[in-house]
Write a protein that binds this ligand. Structure first.
Ligand code: ATP
Ligand code: MG
Length: 746
């Protein structure tokens, strides 16, 4: 397959460039990710780089998997598997696991995901009677760490009492994670930077480093990129300053200029054609981003025709908004089923909390959906419980996890007893697990008084963990699967009875989550997959530099690390090769939708306080966020605003949408799903156009549940609209920033 086929001249130039350091800066939908993917393939096929010596970083696991898939089509399965491709965190974990011993890190470190970190902070805050929110404390700690500041340095600078309190929280947080042999997300990156600074051998093989969504890298990620590339200095980044939406997580847009200072020969290539969205969507989005007057003007050319006008709707209430949105999805899907199916539609939200109404409306209407970044599968209580048991079996020094499960299900070990035992362990500088194991085996006496039932409970807990560990480390260990361990835990801890008593009516749903977890584990532990995983996980050997290449005994560690780094099971399922293709509407935050695209996109709750968000003080970033959301749409974009929010308070439409002139880029009332709309969508999606009869049938079926605020006007389309075409525009629209198409909407 010709990997340059179908690329435009600028994209080809970027793919084949001989520049060592290359920046590709371009607006959404201009093919940055496509270009980056083709460049990886090009470096292997035409520059003879070894796939295992190329590191490619993406922002989300979903993007990583999509990219792997695309690269596979160019260079074949065998090569694609060997590419080091993943999020910064996933790559850092690989390095730390295999080379961490050089910086004193055991192989069995655990990963504290953000909910673990928050739980630790919550306890510290409570213990000290401070008032800060755990989430707020975590992001403050994270922004210090990203700047390379530790708690000691912070304490030296702290003047006000509030700063001193925070420094103390930070210090205790560091101590607790360390005692539990846990690394949080920031530590993974920082430790990896430390490893690569002190032991550059471990990246001596790296020939090229490629980064997607570079505008959202923070300082640590930038350093990591530089360190990965330290031997050859061959770097390609792609990004778009207009899509920088992670400054709240310390992303630094200045990294673009830093890079140029660092490597003055950096070559910049701009891509100017948009291949994703219809002209009308692009104009509307462009109009929003241009409200930022400090932003340099940019050229952007639509390659598609105008298409369908985006819709801006006001609905009476949030519930009505949700009902309208769902009925609109149903209308589209009803049109002969070929034009649009639920998986073509995405609902993108400013914050995950807005999803409840929409989920309820979708469920009521029986429209399947999947949540990205909502209540995460791996954070559900019952799933977390089983995972905690696995974590402790894998790494019993994880004090946090031991504390969470020692009395779940109840073993009649009271809080005071747990606290007493924990303090004793601390005083002896030993882990909680080691201490309770010795107490329970009579090898050591505890000062904390244990009533007979508690003593029995403790023994039973120790027994469960020991049996799990025996299984894990037995001679036959390569035959132990994670599923066996889950079954052992369920049986020995009697989790089914616990869930029945604890959740009563919800038992079925809770239990099905555990079954789902087992299915995921079974999938991950399939012997062929384990072998493939080992191969993918193994970093290339470096002469004279010791490496702990993963073995099959590491399957549990790797499974748990994957869990910690996966946003949700839903996401994982959608990526899985064997999973049935389910036609589901996607509900996601705008943040998690970065880099992705859908034929039909809804952005509800466009009111002041939601977007721009009341808790954000960076209006420009909020505007960019709306821009990112809008530019995910290919054929149809709906923005909406309820006149009353979920608390029944009056809202004001988002100030980004009430600027003079914005209205002319949207249609307020339509389009109802008319024949023209369906035809327009079908042409965009390159699917069969609906027959007129199919349209009439669809319309009739929908007229039955017509609602009062939206009259159906499915009459024949005006002649000129029927002509709308999405193929490559015969007369492409003028480039943005040159002439604004003044009245094309009228
Ligand atoms: P974002 O900034 O949102 O991440 P991007 O610049 O990375 O966008 P891609 O996702 O790479 O854009 O591409 C957007 C869409 O345009 C994809 O569907 C891609 O296949 C298509 N595309 C890109 N380049 C071309 C091309 N030369 N010809 C046809 N389609 C293209
Ligand atoms: Mg992209």
């Amino acid at each position: 397959m010709d990997l340059l086929h179908g690329l435009n001249a600028a994209q080809k130039a970027a793919v084949t460039s001989d520049a060592a350091v290359l920046q590709v800066l371009a607006p959404p939908g201009s093919g940055k990710t496509k270009t980056l993917t083709a460049r990886v393939a090009y470096l292997i096929a035409h520059r003879s780089l070894k796939p295992w010596n190329i590191i490619t970083c993406t922002f989300t696991r979903k993007a990583a998997n999509e990219m792997k898939e695309r690269i596979r089509t160019f260079v074949g399965e065998e090569h694609a598997k060997q590419i080091k491709l993943g999020t910064f965190h996933a790559i850092a974990v690989q390095y730390l696991r295999q080379y961490g011993q050089h910086i004193g890190l055991g192989k069995d470190f655990g990963i504290a995901d953000s909910s673990d970190s928050k739980a630790v902070l919550k306890r510290i805050i409570k213990r000290n009677s401070f008032t800060i929110e755990p989430g707020a404390a975590l992001s403050r700690i994270s922004s210090q760490k990203v700047r390379g500041i530790n708690s000691e340095q912070l304490a030296l600078k702290a003047k006000h009492i509030e700063q001193q309190e925070f420094a103390q929280i930070f210090a205790e947080y560091e101590t607790e994670l360390k005692a539990s042999n846990l690394l949080d997300y920031d530590d993974l990156l920082l430790q990896c930077c430390f490893l690569m600074t002190t032991h550059p051998q471990c990246v001596s093989n790296v020939e090229a480093v490629l980064i997607d969504e570079f505008q959202d890298t923070n300082t640590t990620q930038y350093d990591l990129m530089r360190l990965f590339a330290q031997k050859r200095n061959m770097i390609t980044i792609v990004g778009d300053p207009d899509q920088s939406i992670y400054s709240f997580r310390s992303a630094e847009i200045q990294n673009l200029t830093r890079m140029k200072e660092h490597w003055p020969d950096t070559l910049t290539i701009n891509l100017e054609e948009n291949y994703r969205s219809s002209g009308a969507i692009l104009h509307a989005a462009q109009n929003i981003i241009e409200q930022d007057e400090s932003r340099p003007p940019k050229k952007l050319q639509a390659t598609h025709g105008l298409g369908l006008c985006p819709v801006l709707r006001k609905l009476p209430t949030a519930a009505a908004e949700a009902t309208w949105l769902v009925s609109e999805i149903q209308r589209m899907c009803a049109l002969s089923g070929k034009v649009v199916n639920p998986s073509d539609c995405a609902v993108l939200l400013r914050s995950a909390a807005l999803s409840r109404m929409i989920e309820a409306a979708l469920s009521k209407a029986g429209v399947p959906y999947r949540m990205v970044g909502g209540v995460r599968f791996f954070e559900r209580a019952e799933v977390k419980l089983v995972l905690d048991y696995l974590r402790v079996i894998n790494q019993p020094d994880n004090n946090e996890a031991v504390e969470r499960i020692i009395n779940v299900p109840s073993r009649r070990i009271g809080d005071a007893t747990i606290k007493g035992l924990l303090n004793e362990a601390k005083a002896k500088s030993t882990s909680f697990w080691t201490f309770i194991r010795e107490v329970s085996q009579g090898k050591c006496r505890s000062k904390t008084k244990l009533a007979a039932p508690a003593e029995k409970g403790l023994a039973s807990f120790v027994n469960i963990i020991l049996s799990g560990r025996r299984k894990l480390t037995s001679v036959d260990s390569d035959k132990v699967s994670v599923v066996d361990l889950i079954n052992l835990v369920i049986k020995k801890a009697d989790l089914q009875a616990y869930l029945k008593n604890h959740y009563e009516n919800e038992y079925e749903a809770r239990w099905s989550n555990i079954e789902e977890l087992m299915a995921l584990a079974a999938d991950a532990c399939d012997p062929d997959k384990v072998r493939a995983m080992m191969q993918e996980e193994t970093l290339p050997a470096i002469d004279g530099f010791e490496q702990r290449a993963p073995t099959e005994e590491d399957a549990l560690s790797i499974f748990l690390a994957n869990v910690a780094l996966t946003a949700s099971a839903e996401e994982k399922k959608a990526d899985g090769e064997e999973s049935e293709p389910v036609q589901q509407v996607t509900i996601s935050t705008i943040h998690s939708a970065k880099g992705l695209e859908w034929p039909v996109v809804f952005i509800p709750a466009c009111f002041d306080g939601s977007i721009p968000h009341s808790r954000s003080d960076d209006n420009d970033e909020e505007r960019r966020l709306l821009y990112v959301g809008m530019t995910r749409a290919q054929a149809m974009l709906y923005l909406s605003c309820p006149i009353k929010n979920t608390q029944r308070e009056d809202t004001t439409m988002s100030s980004f949408l009430t600027q003079p002139g914005v209205g002319s880029f949207f249609e307020e009332h339509g389009p109802s799903m008319s024949f023209a709309t369906a035809t327009g969508l079908a042409t965009t999606l390159k699917r069969d156009r609906p027959s007129h009869d199919a349209f009439q049938d669809g319309k009739k079926s929908l007229e039955r549940d017509e609602d009062d605020y939206w009259p159906l006007n499915g009459e024949e389309p005006p002649a000129e609209r029927a002509k709308w075409d999405y193929g490559r525009a015969e007369n492409p629209l003028p480039a943005f920033g040159t002439t604004r198409p003044a009245s094309w909407m009228s």
